[in-house]
Design a protein around this ligand. Structure first.
Ligand SMILES: C[S@@+](CC[C@H](N)C(=O)[O-])C[C@H]1O[C@@H](n2cnc3c(N)ncnc32)[C@H](O)[C@@H]1O
Length: 401
């Protein structure tokens, strides 16, 4: 909820104030709440009524609501000196952030406990090669750290802006930033980032288990934003996936016609829709009750945008997935978690089975067919790159054309 937008502007503090305003304006309370809670500009007829009642100009109302469309930005630019002089006098004081403490280190990483913004304020700007962030989604979830995951939308977005801007500062030129969130929140985050970094991709990561929601399309993906600092990423290691085949019979799902032999034997180019990221729910690698991301997701991001020895930072430790994968993949890392870091410590002290899992992921990528797929296809008599090559060496009448 945007508690402080329309209602604050209209001096509506209580339900009674709301009812009175609704009666006078003939705008229903539901509609007024909708405008307020969504933080949007009232529709034209209502807007006119509100402006008339409050004796406000549209410009003044828009500024109050934080709706700075291009015509306002043009005006601000035109009068930038005067406006900045007025604002300078009134700059809000910077509130002290909570603290953070160093807890442990590993061969590659350093782990802190406390507030990520407090830690980020002590880190060197332009020092990080890759940032991956998976913040709380403000969905009223219970976190072991006891943090409040149901604040107003406005408060959540203010906090989000604060840590996102710090991430932008910490990123090296050419570094990459990935932010995992609900599509709704990532639309706001994109807005912040578009003015500072280069947009690369909105990656849709397919959600395996969907729950129907009345009057809505089934939410079917998480959003993974991918930005770089500057036009070109320092590191972009191409990732390729095996061909999709029928799980049972091993046959092709698509018809490749005469193009089979043109397929890259290293696999199919990764797209911006990822269907193959498993939920951690039933995995033997699950280390805590909720919000743990798949190591496969982190393996992909880290492989794509960093090299051995690079520095990876994740401001929201959780169960430490980013740190475990970075450690296994020989990336330096810095981690921080508001709650207890005992689980993360334990996880980093017992990497063997997680390493096996990462090895497995890496064996099964950058190839057109994995070993298992290969066996199945040989058994069922389906083509493989080498059988095509053999065939093509034989005189082939069609080839004459
Ligand atoms: C969605 S979880 C991250 C899960 C993690 N990616 C994983 O795979 O385990 C978000 C985490 O951020 C932590 N957190 C919330 N606010 C924080 C803050 N200000 N500083 C550091 N950590 C914070 C929460 O306690 C929670 O564990």
């Amino acid at each position: 909820m945007f508690e402080n937008r329309l209602f604050k502007t209209l001096n509506i503090k209580t339900n009674d104030d709301l009812k009175i305003f609704s009666k006078e304006s003939k705008i229903t309370t539901a509609k007024l709440k909708y405008y307020n809670d969504q933080g949007i500009l009232p529709f034209p007829v209502d807007l006119e009524t509100i402006l008339h009642m409050t004796d406000m100009s549209e410009l003044e109302l828009k500024i109050n609501l934080g709706i700075l469309d291009n015509s306002i930005l043009d005006l601000l630019q035109l009068h930038s000196k005067e406006v900045s002089n007025i604002l300078k006098k009134d700059q809000c004081e910077i509130k002290p952030t909570t603290k953070h403490d160093f807890v442990f280190e590993t061969p590659y990483g350093k782990m802190y406990q406390g507030d990520c913004i407090s830690l980020m304020n002590t880190m060197e700007n332009g020092s990080v090669d890759l940032i991956f962030a998976d913040p709380p989604f403000n969905l009223d979830k219970i976190y072991e750290s006891g943090m409040n995951d149901k604040i107003s939308d406005e408060e959540y977005l203010r906090w989000t802006e604060e840590w996102v801007l710090k991430c932008v500062d910490l990123l090296k030129e050419g570094g990459s930033l990935f932010i995992w969130n609900l599509p709704k929140w990532n639309t706001y985050i994109s807005d912040i980032l578009n003015q500072r970094l280069t947009f690369k991709h909105w990656i849709a990561v397919d959600i395996k288990y969907r729950l129907p929601i009345k009057n809505k399309l089934y939410p079917s993906h998480y959003s993974l934003l991918y930005y770089t600092k500057g036009e070109k990423a320092n590191t972009f290691n191409e990732q390729r996936l095996p061909l999709e085949i029928c799980r049972k019979c091993g046959g092709d799902i698509r018809d490749y016609g005469g193009y089979k032999d043109k397929l890259n034997t290293l696999g199919i180019n990764l797209t911006d829709v990822w269907y193959d990221i498993p939920p951690v729910r039933h995995s033997k690698y699950k280390t805590r009750d909720s919000n743990e991301l798949s190591m496969k997701l982190l393996e992909r991001v880290i492989s794509l945008s960093s090299n051995e020895g690079d520095l990876v930072f994740d401001p929201f430790g959780g169960s430490g997935t980013t740190y475990a994968v970075s450690e296994i993949m020989k990336r330096k890392w810095i981690g921080v978690e508001l709650g207890s870091v005992d689980l993360i410590n334990k996880r980093l002290n017992d990497l063997d089975s997680q390493k096996t899992y990462i090895d497995d992921i890496q064996r099964n990528k950058n190839t057109l067919f994995t070993d298992d797929m290969r066996k199945l296809r040989i058994k069922k008599g389906h083509w493989l790159p080498e059988t095509l090559m053999k065939k093509n060496k034989l005189p082939d009448e069609n080839k004459l054309f």
